[in-house]
Design a protein around this ligand. Structure first.
Ligand code: ZN
Length: 134
């Protein structure tokens, strides 16, 4: 893996949290994007080399809605940038990690994404992401 690509934070009210993080980081969000397939609306902040993604549920059956219900607001996942997502999935599977979606799917901010089950990573939901180059 190359670096931490971003940290994902589950929030109940994206507009309110955008204002909060704008104050916290001193920069406005640079994009809002809906990922309908995941039932989620996201916004992104850049602070120096770091990136934060806020995630709000679009519907009550989405993974974010369930997370909020169970754990409340807070850190939801850590995303790791990888160069070859297919090779990384293969490597991590052979190391015993549980992969949630083997076929990379289109995530927010122009990325292919694969998630690893938190139970195989000390309770942390890990997102592998690779820039879509097409
Ligand atoms: Zn993410």
């Amino acid at each position: 893996m190359d670096k931490i690509e971003h940290i994902g934070i589950a929030v109940r009210d994206l507009n309110a949290s955008n204002r909060l993080f704008e104050k916290l980081l001193g920069v406005p969000h640079y994009k809002i994007e809906e990922v309908a397939s995941e039932g989620v609306r996201t916004s992104f902040f850049r602070s120096g080399p770091n990136k934060i993604e806020l995630l709000e549920a679009l519907d009550k059956d989405s993974a974010i809605a369930k997370f909020l219900e169970k754990r409340g607001e807070g850190v939801h996942h850590i995303a790791l940038a990888v160069d070859d997502i297919t090779a990384e999935v293969k490597r991590l599977k052979s190391e015993g990690f549980v992969v949630l979606n083997e076929e990379p799917k289109r995530g927010a901010d122009n990325k292919w994404v694969v998630f690893l089950h938190p139970r195989s990573a000390n309770g942390v939901l890990v997102e592998l992401c690779q820039e879509i180059r097409d």
